[in-house]
Design a protein around this ligand. Structure first.
Ligand code: HXC
Length: 260
């Protein structure tokens, strides 16, 4: 499907989704949130796609936040509706079978950091800047930042980021566990594509089971998380991919996974 504010490009089992409003530093308005959700849903249903890279158009921004010009005049009810559009997108990313890798090519502020928080892996250019500057606008994060950020980086670091509204360098974001790796800007996409290609070469059923086991279990007590893992582990046995993966090991050859 063609979108106005989002580009989708599929190459060898890896889809690249690019938020394409570079003049507005890829700020998320309602249309972009809706289109991103539709694009992710469509890719989620495409069994040939085994990993998705999310990035921003241009050299300056991944996402400079929710669109402040659109939000400015909203009533509480409209504000809630807008937050729900973003929350739905983040839940979609988390519920996809394929991993979503964020390639943070510049500013990832407010909703931009929140989108990164929903992605499975986050890689950044050394020019990237993260932050939750909502308090500068008289609001708080509304796409899950008050919940996902402290869960990922710890309560007090999360509070510092949200209370001060200050920007974090890519290196600082890596130190606190928000970012997996930092690269020179010109290397970012190539490096993220490499990770995506490694993931795409594995069994899709196993990757998806691992993603869901981690996402579902991470906020549960350990015993409940282990139950989830056990169910998912057992569920993979008897699949074609499990037979193929183990047969390939025994026969000393490379496994050819099909996702069945
Ligand atoms: C709408 C935005 C925008 C945004 C940038 N632009 N960020 N438009 N919403 N979030 C637009 C600017 O208005 C401008 O367009 C163009 O992009 C370039 O931005 P400049 O400000 O001129 O660039 P620069 O001086 O380099 O500053 C870059 C910046 C700054 C530091 C990233 O733009 C900035 O602070 N942006 C806002 C960041 C922010 O507060 N994000 C959180 C939003 S709240 P024009 O046409 O004017 O030239 C949020 C809440 C999520 O995300 C939850 C909601 C429920």
């Amino acid at each position: 499907m063609a979108y106005e504010t989002v580009l989708v490009d599929i190459e060898e089992a890896v889809a690249v989704v690019t938020i394409n409003r570079p003049k507005q530093l890829n700020a998320l308005n309602s249309q972009t949130l809706t289109e991103l959700n539709e694009a992710m849903t469509e890719l989620g249903a495409n069994s040939e796609v085994r990993a998705i890279i999310l990035t921003g158009a241009g050299e300056r921004a991944f996402i400079a936040g929710a669109d402040i010009k659109e939000m400015a005049g909203k009533s509480p009810r409209e504000g809630r509706r807008f937050a729900e559009l973003g929350l739905a997108l983040l839940e979609r990313i988390e519920s996809l079978d394929q991993p979503v890798l964020a390639a943070i090519n510049g500013f990832a502020l407010g909703g931009g950091t929140e989108v990164a928080l929903a992605c499975d892996l986050v890689y950044a250019s050394n020019r990237a800047r993260f932050g939750q500057p909502e308090v500068n606008l008289g609001i708080i994060p509304g796409f899950g930042g008050t919940q996902r950020l402290p869960r990922l980086v710890g309560r007090n670091i999360g509070k510092e980021v949200i209370f001060t509204g200050e920007m974090l360098s890519a290196e600082r974001a890596r130190e606190i566990g928000l970012v997996n790796g930092v690269f020179a800007p010109e290397e970012l996409m190539e490096q993220v594509r490499k990770v995506a290609a490694v993931i795409a070469s594995k069994g899709p059923l196993a990757i998806s089971a691992a993603k869901h086991a981690i996402n579902r279990g991470v906020d549960l007590p350990l015993a409940s998380g282990l139950e989830i893992e056990k169910g998912m582990f057992a569920g993979l046995f008897g699949s074609r991919d499990q037979n193929e993966g183990m047969a390939a090991f025994v026969e000393k050859r490379k496994a050819e996974f099909t996702g069945e």
